[in-house]
Design a protein around this ligand. Structure first.
Ligand code: ZN
Ligand code: CU
Length: 509
């Protein structure tokens, strides 16, 4: 790694911008903590050494023996629009996250049509760009508090080229889609993503997905997928993802690995075994997980609007519902009970779902579905190939899934400290160096001289999520300091508003 210009001119005893003293340094590699000081000049770490080794800092922070780790990387976010709508990114920054991967599940901000409808409904803002360079300019202008790196999404590319045409693409359409992927990759996307349970991606053949993923190969990019099935056909879906990755010649990232539905709980032992077999055979495969027993997303995507599945309806909670705001934050079974009484007619959960999906705002409804087994979360977290991603949906208007605010402190507090599922240093590795390497973040994810100063100071004895399903918009406790590109972004619960994040380009410094 080439040291920065500042790194080369730094000499002990110099006055530098920021010194964080008396910390236990977890460097991100997974080894034991080392006590010492860390010095920062401009946007880089310039000294890592024993206590008293750093020069004078213009800003001095007493770490008081807490843990200093590299800034955390949220490898599965849907923050594409949030970077523009909520540049303070408070819900991520407060968790110690300094970089988010956007463009997941096949939905990305670029490519887009200026003012295009599908981009607007996905991002919550009008696009003023057509490609990743244009989006990057918009992000830089918004000056978000955290960094981001982008995947280019299959659903977005397909909608742009084919609209609502669900047929196989003809040669010209496939070429047009490939060109969009290629352009995004040339402009610094880290790979290609799919969301094969979603419209319109679910209409695509394996061959179409592989042909598009192959466009990432010359750039060394990855293929990240929300697989075609995460329940009854989980194992077949893993096989499809492995096949796409092999055919296209790109590494595979399996997003939010889970076994959905009670009948499938425990099956992830078998899907993980399949992944490990593939890795043993030479394939490059990693995964991510969010630490909650519920998923969340646009409700219309999960149901037949006229005939909602009765069993599935029973595990649904409403996060956001413009037509019936009174339903927000409630389980649909409870809504059905109240409505039955009020209207004096027998109503089941699926009747309520049908009613919601018939409304004018149906496509803006976000649901939370309780479909995951607690034991499976721990199985995932124990596996060394599994990183952490929040999958949070940054729509703050309703009662969002608490993962938006709580994912990383929940792993560090609940799963590491309270449950002992994995060691702290290993959890930090899987949220920092491993993620940074996978998603091509150069000079990030480690505490090392010359690296970018993305840092989080936390107390491993107290760090914990406080966001719950009933009260989801709560920042965690135990995070003392967050530094992004050398600037203090959060200190003792106060967001500085400095906006030092950047749109990063894959494998470029
Ligand atoms: Zn997804
Ligand atoms: Cu997602």
């Amino acid at each position: 790694m080439p040291p920065s210009a500042i790194g080369r001119t730094y000499s002990p005893g110099m006055t530098i911008d920021l010194v964080i003293r008396d910390v236990r340094i977890l460097d991100g590699e997974g080894g034991a903590a080392v006590e010492g000081d860390v010095g920062v000049a401009s946007d880089r770490i310039v000294s890592v050494g024993p206590s008293g080794s750093a020069g004078q800092g213009r800003t001095e922070i007493d770490g008081a023996g807490r843990v200093l780790a590299p800034g955390l990387v949220d490898v599965h976010s849907h923050d594409d629009g949030a970077l523009l709508r909520h540049p303070d990114m408070a819900f991520k920054l407060a968790q110690g996250v300094t970089t988010v991967v956007i463009g997941n599940c096949g939905f990305s901000a670029a490519p887009a049509e200026i003012g295009g409808e599908s981009t607007r409904s996905f991002l919550g803002v009008d696009s003023t760009w057509t490609d990743l360079d244009g989006f990057a300019a918009a992000v830089d202008q918004a000056a978000p508090a955290v960094n981001a790196v982008a995947l280019v999404g299959h659903n977005s590319v397909r909608s742009l080229v084919m609209g609502d045409d669900l047929n196989e693409p003809d040669a010209a359409q496939l070429d047009a889609m490939k060109a969009h992927v290629r352009t995004a990759m040339a402009q610094g996307a880290c790979g290609f993503s799919s969301g094969l349970i979603y419209h319109p991606g679910r209409s695509a053949t394996t061959a179409e997905v592989a042909a598009l993923a192959a466009e990432a190969a010359p750039f060394g990019g990855i293929y990240a997928t929300h697989m075609r099935n995460e329940g009854d056909h989980l194992l077949e879906a893993v096989d499809e993802a492995l096949l796409v990755s092999r055919t296209a010649g790109v590494p595979l990232q399996i997003s939010h690995h889970k076994a959905a539905g009670e009948a499938n709980w425990g099956k992830i032992v078998r899907s993980l075994a399949r992944v490990h077999d593939a890795v043993d055979a030479g394939q490059d495969v990693t995964l991510d997980v969010y630490p909650y027993v519920a998923g969340s997303g646009p409700m219309w995507q999960y149901f037949d609007a006229e005939n909602p599945d009765p069993d599935y309806s029973k595990v649904i909670r409403i996060a956001k519902c413009p037509d019936f705001p009174g339903f927000e934050g409630r389980m649909v079974v409870d809504i059905a009970e109240d409505e039955s009484r009020r209207r004096n007619e027998p109503l089941e959960a699926h009747d309520i779902i049908r009613q919601i999906l018939a409304g004018p705002g149906a496509r803006n409804v976000i649901s939370i579905q309780f479909i995951i087994d607690e034991a499976d979360i721990e199985t995932n977290l124990r596996d060394p190939l599994v990183m952490v991603g929040s999958d949070g949906i940054a729509d703050l208007s309703g009662q969002p899934h608490p993962r938006l605010f709580g994912t990383f402190p929940r792993v560090l507090g609940h799963y590491v400290r309270d449950r002992g599922v994995l060691p702290l240093a290993e959890a930090v590795r899987r949220m920092t160096s491993m993620s940074a390497d996978r998603f091509g973040l150069v000079d990030r994810g480690r505490i090392v001289e010359g690296g970018y100063a993305d840092l989080v100071l936390f107390d491993p004895e107290t760090v914990i999520d406080t966001a719950t399903f009933d009260d989801p918009k709560q920042e965690p406790s135990g995070i003392g300091l967050v530094v992004v590109n050398g600037a203090v972004a959060l200190e003792q619960g106060t967001h500085s508003g400095v906006g030092s994040g950047r749109l990063l380009r894959y494998r470029q410094g």
